[in-house]
Design a protein around this ligand. Structure first.
Ligand code: ZN
Length: 374
């Protein structure tokens, strides 16, 4: 894993702002990038790069024109909700969304033309559908990037992995019948969490049957469940499909203590997943790996998880303690002290592990019975 890592960030993404009392706030992305800087991540071959705004035409690679026209009208006043009450519009909301998409598209271009890993921690807005906003997501930068990878760069087979605690429904159903995209989604069981979807039985349709795989986890599921699902489903699925590139949405809201969800992963899972996905990308697709952020509603969790991912894919170990310079910035921004280290004890929960094992067995049996000729 000697490839450089390019991280794309600009303060323009702070304009994606739903107001002071809303749980989604891109300030945590700024603090994450500050942590990467203060850890010395960009002192050698890795780079922190500015972002550009995507065009409407690029957004239309995934979204319907009618929806984009609607957003163009709505962003003039920003006075309505875009869904049932989670995602308010605001003045300039389409423009702000286009900055996030632009950052993801620059990261995509870097991965496909420059032999680097790329990370947009401000991206990963996986709930937006082709024709509507949902779950704090107005435009789906991940889905737009996947479409553009196929249409502009000629990628014939891609894998999308989503480790956000919420099901990545915008991407999952947006490409449900598309046989060029393997979609692997690890999340908290939809019976207990927004958006209420993402079940084992949903495995794609038509030529894509078996290429969409959900691994719903019971509330409380810990590092042992995460690693089991990774080893048993994610790794072998990627090896079997042999994608030409991998996009991973790295939402940090499955980390324990997240105020909106109930999984119990520690930073060990983010570190292990990052190491494994970088190795797999080297083995399968010449290191073409695009990383995106996502959810994460306890700001220190998001900062630590994304810094752990960035350090790991660039082959660096997390230090025992965090830089004082960053701890001070974090305290000033949020009014509380972050943990002293990225390193955390592993979490285990034998009861939920058993349930994960059963879920994985059910998924494997279903795929076997539906796609293997008898
Ligand atoms: Zn989420």
């Amino acid at each position: 894993m000697n490839r450089p890592l390019y991280v794309f960030y600009g303060d323009e993404i702070l304009t994606y702002y739903f107001g002071p009392s809303h749980p989604f706030n891109q300030k945590r992305v700024k603090l994450s990038v500050d942590l990467m800087k203060d850890l010395g991540l960009f002192s050698h071959k890795n780079q922190l790069l500015p972002i550009r705004q995507a065009s409407i035409e690029e957004a239309l690679a995934f979204h319907q024109e009618k929806y984009i026209n609607f957003l163009q009208e709505v962003e003039k006043t920003g006075d309505i909700y875009l869904d049932q009450g989670d995602t308010p519009s605001f003045r300039g909301c389409l423009q702000a969304s286009l900055w996030i998409v632009g950052a993801t598209l620059q990261a995509l271009d870097a991965v496909l033309t420059e032999s680097v890993y790329a990370f947009n921690p401000g991206g990963g807005l996986h709930h937006a559908h082709r024709y509507r906003a949902s779950g704090f997501c107005i435009l789906n930068d991940a889905a737009i990037a996947l479409e553009i990878a196929r249409r502009k760069y000629g990628i014939n087979k891609a894998a999308y992995i989503d480790i956000d605690v919420h099901h990545g429904d915008g991407v999952f159903y947006g490409f449900y019948a598309e046989d060029w995209l393997l979609d692997l989604d690890l999340h908290q069981d939809g019976r207990t969490l927004f958006p209420g979807t993402g079940f084992v039985q949903e495995i794609g349709e038509g030529g894509a049957l078996g290429l969409k795989r959900n691994i719903p986890l019971a509330p409380g599921a810990s590092d042992d469940s995460a690693m089991y699902a990774w080893r048993e489903v994610i790794e072998p699925s990627i090896r079997e499909f042999k994608p030409e590139m991998i996009v991973m949405q790295c939402g940090a809201d499955a980390h324990y203590g997240d105020p909106l969800a109930m999984l119990s992963w520690s930073n060990n899972t983010y570190t292990n997943f990052a190491r494994s996905i970088a190795e797999l990308s080297e083995e399968i697709c010449n290191g073409r790996l695009l990383l995106l952020g996502g959810g994460g509603y306890k700001p220190s969790n998001a900062c630590l998880a994304w810094a752990a991912i960035a350090l790991t894919v660039s082959g660096q170990e997390a230090p025992d303690s965090l830089p004082d310079s960053w701890t001070e910035k974090f305290k000033e921004a949020y009014g509380y002290s972050p943990p002293e280290s990225i390193l955390e004890p592993e979490t285990q929960d034998p009861r939920t592990l058993q349930s994960t094992q059963k879920t994985v067995q059910n998924l494997k049996a279903l795929i076997q019975s539906r796609i293997t000729p008898s």
